[in-house]
Design a protein around this ligand. Structure first.
Ligand code: NAD
Length: 245
């Protein structure tokens, strides 16, 4: 087994599910009772900006009542205690539960609920209250604010940095993501081209499960802390051999 140094972790909505934050793809294909085209595309925003602001205002309020769970905290512990390299979390999540759980190196590739984007000047400003079309940009003073969320059809943030982290990684963990949203769903192909091991954590096999070296199924709040304990104790992932499907 290769010597593990830098650990790159991709997280999705599943890691926050046990904190009471609903995941994205319900059985009926809706996100919190809304069509994705209405609340997560630039076209939806142009059609009905009030609906979109209110949608993310509700998510921001829900987030205020949520707490990080044991999976978030375990990743923070791994970052603090891993002795042989960096631990970087690349998250598709727009919540701040990794940061509140203690992680320091977190890349939000799909934006953040607690940030607002000015369409006029491009500034990203910290925002922790409701937003509307009447709010003014704290930087340029114009009324051009929109939720700072990367919607379908838009370019994710930090693509170059993410590629560099993947290129210098030696272990890839993917936690609570369906493998349906690109480009994040394609990270595993990059990892496989670079020939280092990967582990998927999910309730069930994701769309990409066969591309991973190992899979661990169960609730992230149980499986991730258990994995982190063993990884820190043994310094390798040899213990996973038994769980490969
Ligand atoms: P997704 O909802 O499409 O998939 C969630 C995955 O997590 C599923 O494969 C599911 O089986 C798994 N899962 C659910 N509960 C789990 C648990 N307790 N333990 C382990 N796995 C569990 O999410 P995605 O792949 O992240 O894509 C959704 C998009 O929606 C993202 O781009 C994200 O920006 C956005 N989103 C974010 C949040 C958030 O910030 N918490 C919530 C919903 C949606």
């Amino acid at each position: 087994m290769t010597d593990i140094r830098n650990i790159v972790i991709l997280t999705g909505a599943g890691i926050s599910q046990e904190s009471g934050i609903p995941t994205f793809r319900s059985e009926d294909g809706l996100w919190e009772q809304h069509r994705v085209e209405d609340v997560a595309t630039p076209e939806g925003y142009i059609r009905n900006p009030v609906l979109v602001h209110n949608f993310y205002n509700r998510l921001r309020k829900n987030l205020a009542g949520a707490e990080p769970n044991s999976a978030h905290r375990a990743l923070a512990r791994l970052e603090r205690e891993w002795p042989r390299g960096s631990v970087t979390v690349i998250t598709q999540n727009i919540d701040d539960l990794h940061e509140r759980g203690g992680s320091q190196k977190v890349i939000h590739m799909h934006g953040e609920l607690k940030s607002i984007l000015c369409k006029a000047c491009g500034a990203h400003s910290v925002w922790d209250r409701d937003s509307s079309e009447d709010d003014v940009c704290p930087v340029c003073g114009r009324k051009e604010l929109r939720p700072d969320i990367v919607w379908f059809g838009e370019m994710p943030y930090f693509s170059e940095e993410i590629f560099e982290y993947l290129a210098s990684g030696s272990l890839f963990l993917s936690i609570g993501t369906s493998g349906a949203v690109y480009p994040a769903a394609g990270f595993i192909s990059t990892v496989n081209r670079l020939h280092y091991p990967s582990v998927e954590f999910n309730l069930r096999p994701s769309l990409q499960h066969s591309s991973f070296t190992f899979s661990v199924y169960g609730k992230a709040g149980i499986t991730v802390p258990d994995f982190v304990d063993k990884l820190l104790e043994k310094g390798s992932i040899d213990f996973l051999k038994k769980t490969k499907v």
